[in-house]
Ligand binder design. Structure first.
Ligand code: BG6
Length: 490
């Protein structure tokens, strides 16, 4: 992967379905612009946008200009944008895609292309069929966005539909979490450090908590979210991928398939989740960072008696030699008190307390915290003696922070992923068997969804989530993580 970073991809076009949508505006166009600034787009190749909106190349370029002005991480530069905009072209398509294939075929210049389906999954099959009919599948590779199905059955059907048109080697399933620097660093942290790999198993680790907390609500996505919910939106993909990267054994090489083989082994080792070990929640009206947030059921597109979950917590077992017996606690939610994605490994306690029988209490066991976002970094919580005449143990933090160590802003996940797909590198994309294994683990819950508990927006989620823990408590969301020695960490 590393050597990819400066490689210029072979000549090819990029064809984007859903080119006037939210994903294109917020993520794809800004990421493509950043790649253009770095000289990492193919030397020759157009970006052909298509959607039902009636407009020409000029209209699309204006749309892209606004997208870049609003969302490009390194800011808008007129001359550089003009250079990038030369690649942008647009073709209007019909709702039922009739005749689309011919139109696109005429507009595309090169024999090879990357096709990006930035459209709702309900549109996939028609588009795939149109690509096949117009003989455009030949020479194409395909990027698709989650959700990869709605459950195991629909995921299998989707994979079959994809494979009727393209082989697996030309399909890129995006989970943008894999494009995050901090997520990729999990591999380097684990497999590049003897110190770490030695402690990374059931002998030392007592339990693990994974959290994806968001402080935003569902915003304008009410209608879509009603059919999704947190389990399908976050757990099935982002969280199970984080779990797989946390638990996987070292791959035999850095070959994409070797890595994905190891991830899929973990996903297969997850014991199908017992619905009684799952807590679902939905946010009600509350206040987030001092601002009033309406409840989920008050949002446009949401039914007034909706039971869709905006929060889910669960206990998961990984039946592998390395992890058997270690509970993994997963939780994610919208409208919580903070935005934070983290993995916390709690170590077992020392076998004998040195100061047993004295007044000096033993405070806490070691802990490794991987901060995926924000405040990206990794810290160890260890005990130290507080200076002074008596022995007082204090938890202190050994810390690595990306900002401080590298003094650079990480690239956006979509930049990395688009560049890799242009290069034909599958490492950071999800393979067919991974999606199916992840759905299999969640099947019992999807079949018997536990009832929904309510929690006020701005809180840490429903109280009922505490009942899942066999020991300890959930890592506190309301404080900034471990800002130094703190007795409250005890
Ligand atoms: C998306 C989900 O995949 O990830 C959204 O559909 C969620 O609901 C988003 O808000 C979170 O991404 P990030 O990168 O902000 O953690």
């Amino acid at each position: 992967m590393a050597e990819n970073q400066l490689r210029v991809p072979a000549d090819q076009d990029l064809l984007v379905f859903g080119a006037t949508g939210d994903l294109a505006r917020r993520k794809l166009l800004p990421a493509l612009y950043e790649l253009s600034l770095q000289g990492l787009l193919p030397r020759k190749g157009e970006i052909l946008g298509t959607a039902t909106k009636e407009q020409g190349d000029h209209g699309f370029r204006e749309f892209a200009r606004q997208a870049v002005q609003e969302f490009a991480r390194s800011g808008f530069r007129e001359r550089e944008f003009a250079e990038f905009a030369k690649r942008l072209r647009y073709v209007t398509t019909t709702h039922d895609q009739s005749g689309t294939g011919e139109k696109l075929s005429k507009a595309l210049q090169l024999p090879h292309r990357l096709v990006y389906l930035a459209v709702p999954p309900s549109a996939f099959t028609t588009i795939l069929e149109e690509l096949r009919r117009a003989n455009l599948a030949r020479g194409s590779s395909l990027i698709i966005e989650k959700p990869f199905g709605h459950d195991l059955k629909s995921a299998i059907a989707l994979n079959q539909a994809l494979h009727r048109v393209l082989p697996e080697e030309r399909i890129y399933r995006i989970d943008h979490y894999l494009g995050k620097e901090t997520v990729q660093n999990l591999l380097v942290f684990r497999f590049g450090n003897t110190l770490i790999e030695r402690i990374w198993n059931r002998d030392v680790v007592d339990r693990v908590q994974l959290t994806v907390a968001e402080d935003i609500g569902i915003e304008t996505r009410g209608r879509l979210y009603e059919e999704t919910g947190a389990l399908r939106d976050i757990v099935q993909n982002h969280m199970l991928q984080l779990l797989a990267l946390t638990c996987m054994s070292p791959p035999s090489s850095f070959d994409p398939e070797a890595l994905r083989d190891e991830k899929v082994k973990v996903l297969h080792s997850i014991r199908p989740v017992d619905p009684s070990e799952v807590v679902r929640g939905q946010y009600t009206r509350g206040s987030v960072h001092g601002e009033l947030m309406p409840g989920y059921r008050e949002m446009e597109g949401v039914s007034q008696d909706s039971t869709t979950e905006t929060y889910v917590a669960m206990r998961v077992s990984v039946d592998s030699w390395e992890w058997a017996g270690v509970p993994f606690y997963l939780r994610c939610g919208k409208a919580l008190c903070t935005r934070r994605t983290e993995i916390v490994l709690y170590c077992r306690d020392v076998p004998v307390h040195l100061f047993r029988g004295t007044d000096i209490g033993h405070l806490t066991a070691n802990r490794v915290t991987i901060r995926i976002q924000p405040d990206e970094g990794i810290s160890f919580s260890v005990l130290a003696k507080e200076p002074g005449p008596t022995v007082i143990e204090q938890p202190v933090r050994l810390d690595f922070s990306y900002g401080q160590s590298f003094k650079t802003q990480p690239a956006e996940a979509y930049e990395r992923l688009l560049h890799d797909a242009f290069l034909g590198d599958h490492t950071l994309f999800i393979r067919q068997d991974e999606t199916e294994a992840a759905w299999t683990a969640l099947e019992p819950v999807l079949e018997h969804m536990p009832r929904v508990n309510f929690y006020p927006a701005g809180s840490e989620g429903p109280e009922a989530a505490n009942s899942l823990l066999l020991s300890g408590s959930w890592h506190d969301l309301s404080h900034h993580i471990e800002t130094g020695p703190r007795l409250s960490d005890v």
